[in-house]
Design a protein around this ligand. Structure first.
Ligand code: TYD
Length: 134
């Protein structure tokens, strides 16, 4: 169930100078990366997301701090707490997502398979639920 969402572990190269993590499109994430964006200065009571995407695939990371992502495929809801910069959450197309419980100073980085396109968003939950029926 919900194979459209999974955690992805990235490589880490650690030595006394610190940790280094890297990500290659088409290798560590299952798409070519066409956009990167990040959320920061997020108030701790902020709620983000609240939409699905028709085609877009994403991998979401907490580069610093932590936050919660709730995902919903129209049948089932699951929660993930992201808090490790080497572990991302892959979210396929047609998954509703909500993000909240941001820690102070949290930084959320998102790798995306397509450039920004408002027409790709489904921002109404009822409409999303209708489109996930079969
Ligand atoms: P939105 O995707 O709704 O944010 P979140 O899911 O994190 O709550 O985007 C918020 C605003 O930013 C919206 O007006 C569209 C704009 N935006 C861009 O212009 N380019 C982008 O790559 C993204 C992700 C958002």
């Amino acid at each position: 169930p919900m194979g459209s969402v999974r955690l992805i572990g990235l490589p880490v190269v650690s030595d006394p100078r610190g940790d280094l993590t890297f990500v290659e499109g088409g290798n560590h994430v299952p798409f070519q990366i066409r956009r990167v964006y990040y959320l920061y200065n997020v108030p701790v009571d902020s709620e983000r997301g609240g939409h699905a995407h028709r085609e877009l695939e994403q991998v979401i990371f907490a580069l610093s701090g932590s936050f919660r992502i709730t995902v919903d495929d129209g049948r089932e809801r699951r929660e993930f707490w992201l808090r490790d910069p080497r572990t991302g959450l892959y979210i396929n197309r047609m998954i509703w997502r909500e993000m909240d419980a941001f820690s102070q100073g949290a930084v959320c980085m998102v790798l995306a398979s397509q450039p920004y396109d408002e027409a790709d968003y489904i921002r109404d939950y009822a409409s999303f639920a209708e489109q996930t029926k079969y």
